[in-house]
Design a protein around this ligand. Structure first.
Ligand code: NIG
Ligand code: FE
Length: 412
């Protein structure tokens, strides 16, 4: 069934250029159309135009936007939504002065989540994850990447990836799955990191690939976690099994993760709180999407990635939430966009491009998602009437979203 949205105050994020990412200076531009309509054809966007030429379509659902703005859904290219429970105790430890690394060293952090996940049934894990998925849908996200990484045993990693598959099958949101066995060394391998990496490469990746449970492979390449050599080995094994790399790099230190990611043609390198000029240079002219997760810097109180330097150097950059229990317990992409503007001095247009087209590109999905384009998937949200584009990051807590459409169907 088609859907005709009428009386759109401003249609935002139009792109008929055919490009798959928005780079450098171009990030400051976002095409809009005032007083518009938009028509879907089942799952896809069929056409749009101005209200003076609004088509009359038979047999079609009509939605009156009443002057509200229509935005392409956010694409969130980095989350860890499938986890058990929450970790407020560590939040309190942080308030009392411990750093993220100190908490991890004491057996907290990722291992704490792995212990809880081990005790949680697949059904319960699915139930908890779906609450988070429904929450991000209401906040405007239409395409999301979800990582494993709180299992750290073959059995528990597969459990997470099966939950992600269930989410894919049951939710209107579009999902991509990433295997992150190398998120931390599993407890059974304590002190034997090299053996754990072998286990990831020899047992886990083949098992994940056999069940077709993931599109991507990720490694936490950082100080105190996995080395550049280990990261390269895991990426190479992943590539043999058809898994493209998306790497956690440079969150805690300049880790070499950016360079090794670029060298292995990673789809994205994510975090980038610790970035020097050499790392920016290493990204120039490559297809690897630098992805920033300001919700993590906000929550940990660490330095924000140098977004301005990267954009001014001509790079395309993406934004994602990092939704996880330890460093970013929120999947609110509007807040991510606000943080990008407030803390990293990205203009509203730059931040919205980074959270839509470029974050779709960070999942290899910008042909189908991330802008208002004829033929792309009809994923969008409609707000109340807004005074300007800047109002979206500015009024960062005001509930402005009135309606959400995913794959051409109204879901909220
Ligand atoms: O992206 N950096 C590694 N992984 C997560 C944090 C995981 C956790 O603390 O549970 C992140 O920040
Ligand atoms: Fe992460």
């Amino acid at each position: 069934m088609s859907l005709l949205v009428k009386n759109i105050g401003t249609l935002v994020g139009i792109d008929e250029s055919g490009r798959l990412r928005v780079e450098g200076k171009d990030m400051a531009e976002i095409t809009t159309l005032e007083n518009a309509w938009l028509l879907t054809d089942g799952e896809r966007i069929k056409d749009y135009g101005t209200m003076d030429k609004c088509p009359s379509v038979e047999d079609c659902e009509v939605l009156d936007a009443k002057g509200g703005w229509l935005f392409p859904s956010f694409c969130d290219s980095h989350t860890h939504i499938v986890y058990a429970g929450s970790r407020e105790q560590e939040f309190l430890d942080k308030i009392n002065g411990l750093s993220y690394e100190e908490i991890a060293k004491r057996g907290g952090g990722i291992l704490n989540s792995a212990d809880r996940l081990h005790e949680t049934s697949e059904d319960e894990l699915y139930r908890q994850a779906m609450e988070r998925v429904d929450e991000i849908i209401r906040m405007g996200t239409g395409l999301v990447e979800i990582k494993s990484g709180y299992g750290l045993t073959l059995e528990d990693e597969l459990k997470i990836l099966r939950v992600i598959r269930r989410i894919k099958q049951s939710s209107p949101i579009e999902v991509r799955a990433t295997f992150l066995g190398a998120h931390a060394v599993g407890r059974a391998y304590k002190g034997r990191q090299a053996d754990y990496v072998d286990h990831v490469c020899n047992d886990m990746i083949p098992a994940v690939a056999k069940e077709g449970l993931a599109e991507f492979v990720d490694v936490f390449c950082d100080k105190g976690f996995f080395t550049v050599e280990e990261t390269a080995k895991i990426m190479e094994t992943g590539a043999k099994y058809g898994l493209r790399a998306k790497i956690h790099a440079n969150e805690l230190a300049v880790s070499g993760g950016v360079e090794v990611g670029v060298e292995h043609k990673a789809l994205s390198v994510d975090h980038l709180e610790s970035m020097g000029d050499e790392q920016i240079e290493a990204l120039r002219g490559t297809d690897t999407m630098p992805t920033m997760l300001p919700g993590c810097a906000f929550f940990l109180g660490i330095t924000y990635p140098p977004a301005r330097k990267m954009i001014d150097a001509g790079l395309a950059v993406a934004l994602a939430s990092d939704f996880n229990p330890g460093t970013a317990p929120s999947g609110n992409m509007r807040f991510v966009v606000s943080l990008a503007s407030i803390k990293m001095k990205m203009t509203p247009a730059e931040a919205i491009n980074a959270a839509t087209m470029n974050s779709a590109a960070a999942m290899g999905e910008s042909k189908n998602f991330g802008s208002i384009t004829r033929g792309k998937v009809a994923n969008f949200f409609i707000t109340k009437s807004l005074p300007s584009l800047a109002y979206l990051p500015y009024a960062h807590q005001t509930p402005i979203i009135k309606c959400v459409v995913l794959k051409g169907k109204r879901v909220e």
